[in-house]
Design a protein around this ligand. Sequence first.
Ligand code: SF4
Ligand code: SF4
Length: 127
Amino acid sequence: MNRKELSIEYSRIYDEANKIFKKYNPCQFKGNECNRNRYWNERQIHKEKNGCCYDCSSIGPKGCKIKSISCKLFTCHIVRENYKQCEIEIAQLRKLTYKLFGSIPCGMSKSTLFYNCIAKDLERMGD
Ligand code: SF4
Ligand code: SF4
């Protein structure tokens, strides 16, 4: 696959994951608290907000500003244990993402992945 095709595939996987999360709604956001945030907050173990994003600087009013696919495909233990079909479908996308892009650190933006990592790899391969 060339860079353009990989970019299209990245966005397709990201959008597909959004559809899966919308279909199963495993995070059950109420305000800025998700299922796991409530679990911790109700037990006063530690204070959590904004799902798994906490205070990440990339969070915007409409969610992640940088389309981080590794974050998008993350599921916590509450989702994994209670929404098994959701987890199966997300795991398939995780597998495909790994096959196409390798391991991507959490919080890495699409543009950083493409311009820093993939571009270098393709240059090495003489693309
Ligand atoms: S994956 Fe877990 S921690 Fe992340 S937003 Fe969903 S319920 Fe919250
Ligand atoms: S980079 Fe990850 S942690 Fe930060 S806002 Fe985006 S999804 Fe959330």
